[in-house]
Every structure is written in C-alpha cells, then in structure tokens.
Design a protein around this ligand. Structure first.
Ligand code: DAH
Length: 370
C-alpha cells in the first residue's frame, strides 16, 4: 500500500497499535517526503504546488495525516503521534520553502506569493519567529453595551431588537407622538420616504415586542439610532441607545425606581445615589429623568457635573396606556415602566472620554486602550 493510500486509513485500520509502529509509519512518510520533494514533475510547476500538496489546510497530505492518524488516534498513542506529526510538519515546511526559487529569477511569480512565503525567502532563516498578528479587542461602546446587558440579564430581562429602518408609525404614532404634535421636532429625523425613517430612538421596538410577545414582558433593546445632528464632541448622527421595558400586572413607579437605582449602583459603583425628577415624554406618563450622584466628585461639585453634583443619565417613566393599547396590551390589566439611555455617553463617563467622535474614527491607538 502506498503512503497516499495509507493516509486515507486510520491507525486502527492500518493495525498500527503501538508506539514503535507509529514511529515506523511516520518514518515512512518522511522518506516519501524526501523523494517527493525531488520529484522532477514538480520542477515544471509553480512552487506553491508542492507546498499545497503537503501543507494546505484541506486535503493535503498533512491534513489527512492529522485527520486520520492524529485526531482519531487512541488515547495511549496520542503523544507519540503528536510528536511525530510535528516533526513531519517541520520537515515538510522546510522542504516547501527550499522549493521556492529565489525572487530574482521569477519576479512576476514572486509578486503572487503570499507574505509568509516572501518572508521565508527574504530571511532564509527558518529559526526566526514568525510574523505575529495583533489580536483585536472589543470597541469601548461594545464593552459598555455588554456590561449593561449583563446587569439586566441577571434580573431576568431578555435582549430584543428591531429594524433601524423604521416606519413612521412605530417611530412616532404608536408611541403616542401624533403628526401635529410639536414633540416630533424633538427628534431631528432622517426620512427615507414619507412613511419611513431611520429610527430616532430604540423606543419603537417597545410596541413591536408587545405585539409579538404580549405581556408579561421584561426586555432590553440595544441598537443604533439616527438623527440629523451635526457631529461635535457630544453629538453624532449615528449613535447607540439601550431601551428597557417591563410590562406586567401590578408594575408601579416603585419598581421603576428600585430597578434603575440597582442598575446605577451596579454600573457606576455601590456608592452611587440616584435622583428622579419630572420630565416629559409622550410615551410615558408620568415621565422622569434619572440623575446619578457625580461619579467624579461624589456629589461635591466639579467640572464634569458643572458643579451641580448630579449627572443626568437617562429618560424614563410609566408606559403610557395608549402605547400599551397600540401594542395590543390591555392597560386596565397591565402596567409598565420604560427607560432609554445613550450608550456612548455611558462609555464616555466610564472611561473619562470627552469627545464622542473618538468612538467612530477607528484610530487603533485609541481603541487598543480598552
Ligand atoms: N426615546 C427617548 C429619547 O430618545 C428616551 C426615552 C425616554 C425612552 C423615556 C424611554 C422612556 O423608554 O421611558 O430621547
């Protein structure tokens, strides 16, 4: 049986069941490698041919040896098979590199070569370490989004999402923002056509989720939002929000306060205090803004909190009965609370970043710090 037939069978099928036999089998492959590398038929082929025959990720001789001899080896033969495999691989790599002609002879071909091969050619020293590829890291906005998700997942919330290209109905009407209402101007909307917008907030997913799942509902909705804002250090026409929504029987403002206070302490630190004050959103009644005691000065007053001691971190309120009704939920039976926050702002507070534009410039010197 030739080597090329043998590598299609497992060690068991070849009746190789002790260490010495494994070594003998691999020695046979190495002899075959020596002969094969000398074979005149490869001389007329591009240098990659021999390399691929032995080393390609799929269906090469080494890939088959790995699959049939190493991966399926019985436990007691794994160490010797692994050792022998590595030795074979090194020899095959060395042979494949030697096979490459010097750059000067075929400049046209040299151009087609991969960086790794070029490297091997250029240095000719196989003992040098390889080219290390840097590992990426999560974007700071992703970090913060996940951290917030984790806190709410721990409270039993599920993650929900919805479309970024949204109908005027879900973005406004279903949220109790009628066309004539001046509050529509609060959201500098980018229209796709008369009935379609790029969603200005994540709130439309509230109604979509109510329609789809009904009550009770405990969801967190992270996602991108769009507004016709000029970019500056605190504005971006594309940004991230996270929406929270709880709908159930007997949900009260106390649940809202308790949950958001718990969240603030988990995210900003146990010493953080929250304060709620009245505000207005068409989709909540009553509506509020949540402020946290300044995480930089502890509430004493500093530049960041503009000497007030408090920083506003989200809008919230009790879901308006009209919104529940649009979601097909009976407001006589169910009540709910909701909130919406800007993820970039949280990342800016957490990491002490003073320019939102840094998040979108993809400058690795900035991103690799997180
Ligand atoms: N959608 C609001 C905005 O983009 C934020 C918001 C406020 C969401 C109050 C809510 C809420 O769910 O209850 O400005």
């Amino acid at each position: 049986m030739s080597i090329e037939e043998k590598i299609l069978k497992t060690l068991a099928e070849l009746q190789v069941n002790e260490a010495a036999a494994v070594e003998a089998l691999f020695a046979e492959v190495r002899r075959f490698l020596d002969e094969d590398a000398q074979d005149p038929r490869w001389k007329s082929e591009p240098p990659q041919t021999l390399r691929n025959r032995w080393l390609a990720r799929n269906n090469s001789i080494l890939a088959l040896v790995d699959e049939n001899w190493l991966k399926s080896a019985p436990k007691e033969l794994k160490p010797v098979a692994g050792r022998e495999f590595n030795r074979l691989k090194k020899e095959a790599q060395a042979k494949a590199v030697l096979q490459l002609e010097p750059l000067a002879i075929h400049p046209q071909r040299a151009k087609e070569r991969s960086g790794v091969e070029r490297n091997a050619l250029a240095v000719d020293d196989l003992t040098l370490p390889g080219v290390r590829r840097a590992l990426g890291s999560f974007h700071p906005v992703t970090h913060v989004r996940r951290e917030i998700e984790d806190i709410f997942l721990g409270l039993g919330f599920a993650i929900e999402d919805g479309p970024e290209i949204e109908s005027v109905y879900y973005n406004f009407d279903a949220l109790n923002i009628p066309e004539s209402h001046p509050s529509r101007d609060d959201w500098d909307t980018l229209y796709v056509d008369a009935q379609t917008v790029l969603r200005t907030h994540t709130s439309p997913v509230q109604v979509r989720a109510m329609e789809r799942q009904g009550a009770p509902l405990y969801i967190l909705i992270p996602g991108l939002c769009y507004r016709r804002d000029n970019p500056d250090s605190t504005h971006s026409p594309v940004f991230h929000q996270i929406e929270g929504l709880a709908v159930d029987t007997h949900i009260t403002f106390a649940d809202l306060k308790g949950t958001l206070d718990f969240f603030a302490r988990k995210f900003f630190g146990e010493k953080t205090r929250t304060s709620f004050h009245p505000s207005f959103f068409p989709f909540t009644e009553p509506s509020g803004e949540v402020a946290i005691s300044c995480i930089f000065c502890g509430g004493e007053g500093c530049r960041v909190c503009k000497h007030g001691g408090w920083i506003e971190v989200m809008g919230c309120g009790m879901v308006h009965p009209e919104v529940l009704r649009h979601g097909g939920i009976d407001p006589q039976r169910y009540s709910g609370w909701a909130f919406g926050l800007g993820v970039e702002r949280y990342a800016m507070m957490k990491y002490g970043i003073d320019d939102i534009q840094l998040f979108y410039q993809s400058d690795v010197r900035f991103l690799e710090q997180f």
